[in-house]
Write a protein that binds this ligand. Structure first.
Ligand SMILES: Nc1nc2c(c(=O)[nH]1)N[C@H]1C(S)=C(S)[C@@H](COP(=O)(O)O)O[C@H]1N2
Ligand SMILES: [Mo]
Length: 230
């Protein structure tokens, strides 16, 4: 398939997905809440800049399970499977040949720090979903990291346009301690929903808990509802 065909296919699939999830996305808290909890100016997705209970930081702390896997680009794979029409396994070159997205977004850690205005580059999960086409029965995704981490999110959160699989931040390759070569980011949810060292995204037909969710963290993780633990 040539690049033009590929792009057209992605656009068509994206439009279909957008239509399918538009209503659900509109009902999601960061769009539908009339009294979101937080302070400061209204941010790019219409919420107070600093969610309730968060403190702004300039530094970027490292938070994970303590094991930083080394994944060489030649061995790197991203598998996208489960309840989808066309499961794929992407190599690094395939991933970099997928349309790239630049976005600036905020990072909210459940341990109460937030870091604003981070400039990212990567591939949107929406574009990857357009490639595999989730079945109409898909409701959630489970993300898997090379360090054995897992985390789940609903499909309407996962397909928001600022959910990216990023390889670059501040114009530099994403450092290993922050999940390089590629991690996911979820700017409208607490950051534990974004797997560092991501290796697999599985579309699910029913919700399943990930690593922290099994241990009492929230399934939904909405920063402007102070939705930290379940
Ligand atoms: N693979 C993996 N992803 C992960 C984690 C982890 O332990 N393993 N920790 C999560 C948590 S709790 C947070 S707050 C962010 C931290 O990202 P950072 O270390 O780049 O700040 O990554 C999330 N993603
Ligand atoms: Mo976290």
């Amino acid at each position: 398939m040539d690049m033009q065909d590929k792009l057209e296919r992605i656009i068509e699939a994206r439009m279909k997905l957008k239509a399918r999830f538009e209503e659900k996305i509109k009902l999601s808290p960061s769009i539908s809440d009339d009294k979101p909890m937080g302070k400061g100016p209204i941010n790019r997705h219409g919420m107070p800049q600093t969610p309730v209970g968060q403190t702004l930081t300039e530094k970027w702390p490292v938070l994970d399970l303590g094991y930083h896997p080394t994944v060489e680009l030649k061995n790197w794979r991203l598998k996208i499977d489960g309840a989808v029409e066309n499961p794929v396994t992407l190599t690094w070159d395939d991933f970099m040949a997928t349309p790239q997205t630049d976005d600036v977004s905020d990072f909210h850690c459940v341990t109460t720090w937030s870091k604003l205005d981070m400039p990212w580059r990567g591939v949107s999960l929406l574009d990857l979903a357009a490639l595999v086409m989730p079945k109409s029965t898909a409701t959630h995704v489970m993300c898997y990291g090379y360090d054995t981490y897992t985390t789940n999110l609903s499909i309407e959160e996962a397909l928001k346009s600022d959910v990216l699989l990023v390889h670059t931040v501040y114009g530099e390759p994403l450092a290993k301690e922050h999940g390089g070569p590629v991690r996911m980011i979820t700017p409208q949810l607490y950051a534990w929903k974004g797997s560092k060292w991501i290796k697999r995204i599985e579309f699910l037909e029913k919700n399943q808990k990930g690593f922290w969710e099994e241990r009492g963290y929230s399934n939904t993780a909405y920063p402007w509802r102070n939705d930290r633990y379940s």
